[in-house]
Design a protein around this ligand. Structure first.
Ligand code: PRT
Length: 283
């Protein structure tokens, strides 16, 4: 039995549930429960606060967790980071009011900084030999300078719109973060096979997300030139059409090459181009 922790509600919840589902793990219950059995797999899912997960993971109450990397760093949890998941990307940054003169990190000497990430911030300031006073608050950090509680803040930023709305300017990025799969250290050796199976499924889902299945028709005399444009896994599948002299080409391409490839194959005579998402990709 493998025990997996996910956030019980919040920014990580939907993507975590979706990832489990795409890994073929069907949950018995949902939101509001402390834990739920996976119907079709020997596993249990624990619904916990993101900020509590590092401790549960370190203590071995759960074997695996989907968690924001920033929280592991903040708690300095003795757990193993296994895989980045590419969602809930954000950065932990120091920001100052736009009217404050800021030249470099030394501008924060003696300043009062409001944050919910005191440990990460302390380490960063110590590394840069800056002495500042930390004001620890658990939410709405961005309003602290406006109400005279602090001179600067250190908080998570994704789009930057919260900083903008509060008249703050991002000055230092002290940590980049995304959702990750992390594991209890003992579970990695005691349950290596079960963990490897979960990771195998997660990698297949992530790989599929990066790629698209495309199919299109081309005149037979264009198969060679079009195939040379395709960054294919092995070799494209070429199937004859009912109409003589035409074929259908099927292949998988990476999202990052996508528009480039499409415009090149169109120029070479590709028609009826269909692009499909891929559920899983096992190489
Ligand atoms: O209560 P619990 O302990 O479960 O969780 P939490 O309070 O950490 O919850 P939640 O759901 O807010 O965040 C969960 C995780 O999502 C964080 O630990 C990060 O790993 C990740 N994440 C990604 C973010 C953001 N982006 C984010 N933008 N967490 C918070 N924010 C907040 C930030 O604090 C600020 O108030 O969003 C605001 C800034 O957003 P922008 O888009 O305006 O820049």
């Amino acid at each position: 039995m493998i025990r997996i922790a996910i956030q019980k509600s919040g920014r990580l919840y939907d993507d975590s549930i979706d990832l489990l589902r795409r890994c073929g793990l069907k949950l018995d219950n949902g939101k509001g429960q402390l834990k739920a059995k996976i119907k079709n797999y020997d596993a249990e899912v624990f619904f916990l606060r993101n900020s509590d997960i590092p401790q549960y993971l370190e203590d071995g109450v759960v074997d695996l967790a989907i968690i924001g990397e920033n929280v592991i760093t903040e708690k300095d949890a003795d757990v193993t980071h296994l895989l980045g998941l590419g969602f809930s990307e954000c950065r932990l940054s120091i920001a100052t009011p736009k009217e404050m003169i800021y030249t470099d990190i030394k501008s924060l000497e003696g300043a009062k900084i409001a944050t919910s990430y005191p440990n990460t911030l302390k380490r960063f300031l110590a590394k840069n030999n800056v002495n500042a006073e930390l004001h620890i608050i658990s939410g709405s950090v961005e309003i602290a300078p406006n109400i005279g509680l602090a001179d600067a803040i250190c908080d998570l930023v994704s789009s930057g719109s919260t900083l903008f709305k509060n008249g703050l300017v991002e000055q230092e990025i002290i940590l980049e973060s995304e959702a990750v799969i992390a594991a209890n250290k003992k579970s990695i050796s005691d349950k290596s096979e079960e963990i490897e199976e979960i990771l195998f499924r997660v990698r297949a889902v992530l790989k599929a997300e990066e790629n698209r299945y495309i199919l299109f028709n081309v005149p037979d005399d264009k198969i060679e030139i079009v195939s040379s444009i395709l960054p294919v896994l092995k070799s494209p599948t070429v199937l004859p059409l009912m109409i003589e002299g035409w074929s259908s080409i099927h292949t998988v391409i990476n999202q990052k090459d996508f528009w480039n490839v499409i415009s090149q194959i169109k120029k070479e005579g590709a028609e009826g181009i269909l692009v499909l998402p891929i559920e899983n990709m096992i190489l």
